[in-house]
Design a protein around this ligand. Sequence first.
Ligand SMILES: [Zn+2]
Length: 390
Amino acid sequence: MVLTKDYSLNGLMQFLDLKTLDIEICDVTLRDGEQTPGVVFTREEKTDIASELDAIGVEIIESGFPVVSQTEKEIVKEIASMGLNAKTCCLARSRVSDVEAAIECDVDFVSIFIAMSELHLKHKYHKSYEEMFGLAMEAVQYAKDHGLGVRFAAEDGSRTDIETLKRAFLAAEEYKVDYVSIADTIGILNPSTTYYLVKEIKKIVKTPVCIHCHDDMGMATANTLAAAEAGAKQLHTTVNGIGERAGNASLEEVLVALRVQYDIDRYDTRKLTGLSKKVERYSGIKPGVTKAVIGEHAFSHESGIHVCAILEEPRTYELFSPEMVGGQRRLIVGKHTGIKALKGIVRSMGYDLSQEALCTLIEKVKNSAETKYGISSTRLEEMIKEVKGT
Ligand SMILES: [Zn+2]
């Protein structure tokens, strides 16, 4: 195993025959993330999130779905005119009127989507594949005629017959779309099927492929990376993994994995925790405490063995440093704290206790009712002062 400053490298990666990933991130927090039940971002919140995403170095920001409302349209337009380094895009159904709205917003490209799975054709559109595909290409042609970039997106692509999908993407390529996109709308893919699907599509289309994964089986991030390994160019993410149902591949997980496993270090990961907190506040959705990268416990340690090792060398129990993602390490004092670990923690807080005082302190800690939830550093400081008799 190789140790670097911020994180550990897994030597196993060298045994995989991987090409350097040629990827870009399209963050869809402002569109798919806002489709999370109960989430509505204000204009200020949306522009703030867009600025933060841009500062991190995300290449594309999907800023909304203009036909949803006049306000939404104005915000999409505003984000497109903010002078960001990131390109902006927005969503459109396969309707010329939706594309017109995108043109008015002055985005770099529009994502025109249709579902081609039998389930969606039969129960959502009540139309044949030919009919729907015709409408989609009409919208694509309209966008192209007006100089707008186009992503042709297959909603429910992961449940669409693969030959149908290939046929549609090949036909769309004739219209000179800029991207073809596979949406795992219901999160049915796993890393192996994702890899296979993207590889199959890459065999027949030259247009860059996008991957949009949902987390219904907890595999959205893994699937997104598998797609990248298979040659997908554009990876879709949301901050904190918010989105429809179980959400999307999370930006923080994908960026950290790209850095730690695939050596892509152009994104400013130090801003991830700050952005996560903002999106938590704006969306009202608190990520789980054990959530990777940004969860409250992502850098928390309580067990005596772990804390002792961490105090000597953090990489013993941390894959990457909290500083790398703008987070903070927390050493929690509780039921599992050993005397050696406690000594280290007390010392790191600037106190020096005798062995006897430490023994009294550990008794106090273990008998405290607060131990169930972990003792805060303020409470621990009070206890230290009690033990010292000051
Ligand atoms: Zn989605």
